[in-house]
Design a protein around this ligand. Structure first.
Ligand code: DGT
Ligand code: CA
Ligand code: CA
Ligand code: ZN
Length: 580
């Protein structure tokens, strides 16, 4: 078992113990151990029988060392098993609902013997939650909505989780002599915001037909496998501890391109491509592009060969959704898509002044290290009290410090002043105009009262962007992927007005947001909006990590000219809405 799977078990045990009303120090010790297992570079399984070495890992004490040994030997912990027997294993699923922590679950169990999402849903339907402590009508409605969202998104994973999982498996696979190339296909290769499962294609000398045995065994020995679904001659499918399904296919290099094309998808793209092939007298399969008559192979080794034989340009996977890319590739009019290296600035980030982890200087240094020409520091405003949001006085002091850091950096990177000012429930901004007037980058965002009606929300956002100091509309739909749906909003009306006013709309590249989504980005471009992509970093390690967001821009067919922060610093500022 790898460290991550161990960390997962320990964290689950901590949750179960807390649901059980366990001593809080004990709960904390499991949480710490989970964190420790997640962070350490030591391979815990390898030293599971050496308590001394285990205890050298910060966060692991004597009793945790014994627990780790038990996990390495049995794949679980006696305490975890005991608690799961008491409450049933579906109780852990309740934790995946928004706002549902161990304390609430303990309450639901104590008051109504609820230990699964189905039971909770049924209890809400039957009105059995009303009257329980801390269960007002609003709270109950929130839970009901949470269940709905959860059920809709169940079985999908965020792009960053999918990619990290793919990278770990890839490292394992390529360690085998004879496996030369591993390519994630499917939705991950197309850069979709979430993935249903992982499709990994493998090729190399060890993947030649009838000789795949040892390579298949190597795939099946991947330490992160939770359970095996199927193991065949050239395909291995399994689940990871997260529940994510992985399909690994081993292919000879002669047909790698055809397989890559097929398994990259999308289905809609493949269907349209196959029709084109048929019209040209070919048949297209996961093995090859071949002549209908006689079956001679026309192309199979590379995607380029296949598209070329179909008289098309090769196209980036992000475009393959049958939304016009087939025609464009045939007319040789595919767009030049934006690339991460086109971006020169990142203008939405937080510091220790509010809920960030690093200082202004550290953020500037991190931006410099990523090769950015400019950053903007945009901390929260006072309405977000839990983030220690800035009031007028602190905001002004803060921008003095930002200017100091800008001077200290001596032009190696520019540090713009800014704020992520909260849009209040009525569309007013959280800080006075006189204060906003001092800032380079004013981002206005919604963080509260998501439940307003479509009319209220639309009026609220429109009113906010009328404020002449607003230059960027932050994460415009407020969604959190797989956790919170976008709020109700007439986005078309907002984008049209933003275009008229010259307010840029953000693509927030944080992988839990990716907001605006690809479709809405396309709409924003059609309506003539300016677009800025930002990481919204709360940690210096995330600065400039635009990769997941850039894929959404590419999926929206955007080029460098469509995105403001491809511009040099001064031109970027000049391209923002002019200040009054
Ligand atoms: P996902 O996993 O839901 O995020 O989405 P995909 O696109 O990765 O879909 P998946 O894993 O079911 O299949 C991977 C690719 O295989 C898909 O994008 C296209 C291809 N494929 C799968 N089933 C079919 C099919 O019935 N017809 C065609 N033409 N292609 C298929
Ligand atoms: Ca897939
Ligand atoms: Ca699949
Ligand atoms: Zn925000």
């Amino acid at each position: 078992m790898d460290n991550r799977a161990m960390a997962h078990l320990l964290a689950e045990t901590a949750d179960l113990l807390e649901i059980d009303g366990g001593d809080s120090f004990r709960v904390l010790s499991y949480r710490r151990a989970a964190e420790a297992a997640e962070q350490t570079t030591v391979d815990i399984s390898a030293i599971a029988n050496e308590p001394k070495k285990l205890q050298e890992i910060p966060g692991i004490g004597k009793s945790m060392a014994a627990n780790l040994r038990a996990i390495a030997e049995t794949g679980t912990l006696p305490l975890r098993e005991e608690l799961l027997t008491r409450y049933g294993s579906s109780i852990l699923e309740l934790l995946k609902l928004p706002g549902m922590g161990p304390k609430t679950i303990a309450l639901l169990w104590a008051a109504a013997k609820i230990s699964s999402i189905d039971q909770l849903s049924e209890a809400i339907g039957a009105g059995r939650l009303a009257g329980l402590p801390r269960m007002g009508a609003k709270q109950i409605e929130k839970i009901r909505k949470g269940i709905e969202d959860y059920r809709r998104s169940a079985g999908r994973y965020r792009i960053d989780e999918a990619e990290e999982a793919a990278e770990r498996i890839l490292a394992w696979l390529t360690s085998f002599p004879g496996i030369e190339q591993v390519t994630p296909a499917g939705s991950l290769r197309r850069g979709r915001e979430t993935a249903g499962d992982l499709d990994l294609l493998v090729t190399g000398a060890a993947c030649s037909p009838e000789k795949t045995g040892p390579a298949v065994d190597h795939v099946a020995a991947y330490p992160g496998i939770h359970d095996m679904i199927a193991k065949g001659e050239n395909k291995v499918s399994f689940h990871l501890a997260s529940g994510m399904q992985v399909d690994v296919r081993l292919l000879p290099s002669e047909s790698y391109g055809a397989a890559l094309q097929y398994f990259t998808g999308s289905k809609a793209h493949n269907v349209a491509l196959r029709q084109r092939a048929l019209k040209m007298g070919y048949t297209l399969s996961e093995w090859s592009l071949a002549r209908l008559e006689g079956g001679a192979v026309v192309a199979a080794a590379t995607e380029e060969d296949i598209y070329a034989a179909l008289q098309m340009d090769w196209m980036p996977p992000e475009l393959r959704e049958n939304l016009g890319e087939i025609e464009a590739a045939a007319n040789h009019s595919l767009p030049r898509l934006i690339e991460e290296s086109d971006l020169r600035g990142d203008v939405h980030m937080h510091t220790t002044a509010t809920d960030g982890r690093n200082s202004i200087r550290e953020m500037a240094e991190a931006g410099l290290a990523r090769g950015l020409a400019y950053v903007a520091i945009t901390d929260h405003s006072k309405n977000l009290a839990m983030t220690n949001g800035l009031d007028e006085k602190r905001a002004l002091e803060h921008i003095q410090r930002i200017r100091e850091v800008d001077r200290e950096m001596e032009g190696r990177i520019r540090v713009f002043t800014g704020i992520e000012v909260d849009i209040l429930a009525d569309g007013q901004l959280d800080l006075d105009d006189e204060v906003l007037a001092h800032m380079d980058v004013v981002i206005a965002s919604i963080h509260t009262r998501f439940e307003q009606s479509r009319e209220e929300m639309t009026d609220r956002v429109l009113r906010a962007i009328e404020n002449p100091y607003v230059r960027i509309l932050g994460h415009p739909t407020g969604r959190l992927l797989l956790r919170r749906e976008p709020f109700a909003l007439d986005l078309g009306a907002v984008l049209r007005r933003a275009a008229e006013l010259g307010v840029a709309v953000e693509h927030n590249a944080a992988p839990e947001r990716l907001d605006l989504c690809d479709r809405d980005l396309r709409l924003a471009k059609e309506l003539g909006c300016r677009i800025a992509i930002n990481t919204d970093s709360h940690d210096a390690r995330n600065i400039g990590k635009m990769t997941y967001g850039v894929r959404q821009l590419r999926r929206a067919w955007l080029g460098p000219g469509d995105v403001l922060n491809t511009l040099p610093a001064d031109e970027f500022l000049a391209a923002l809405r002019p200040r009054p």
